[in-house]
Ligand binder design. Structure first.
Ligand code: FES
Length: 123
């Protein structure tokens, strides 16, 4: 099942000022994640507000039938984007969505906010 990264494109980190730039921090992170995911099996999409605003920047990593995760407090950097995509690749390769801690990219450690177990199949 395809793993999708959803990036909040309205996230603004503390100190973001409208005068400082025309793009939100979330838009900048989305640009970087989309570039990092290019050529990988990972899908990306943007969504406005994941309701974790005070932990900006926020993303989710989801696939049907697997554990799904919300991660936050990222700065829009190439290192963060590469780590998020690398983790999503590991999530895609895992049958349950769980990735052993020893395999986590360093730059995602400390960024997990929640995990959601998959919904049971409806009959
Ligand atoms: S604006 Fe990004 S979580 Fe609300």
């Amino acid at each position: 099942m395809t793993t999708t990264i959803t990036i909040c494109d309205t996230c603004k980190r503390e100190g973001w000022e409208v005068e400082a730039g025309e793009h939100t921090d979330g838009e900048l992170l989305a640009d970087l994640i989309e570039a990092a995911a290019s050529g990988t099996p990972i899908k990306t999409r943007r969504f406005s507000c994941l309701m974790g605003c005070d932990r900006a920047c926020n993303v989710t990593i989801q696939a049907k039938g697997k554990l799904n995760y919300t991660l936050g407090q990222f700065i829009p950097s190439p290192e963060a984007a590469k780590a998020i995509v690398a983790y999503a690749v590991l999530h895609a390769a895992s049958a349950s969505g769980q990735v052993p801690y020893r395999d986590w990219p360093q730059a995602i450690k400390g960024h997990f906010t929640t995990r959601h177990p998959p919904l049971p199949e409806s009959k």
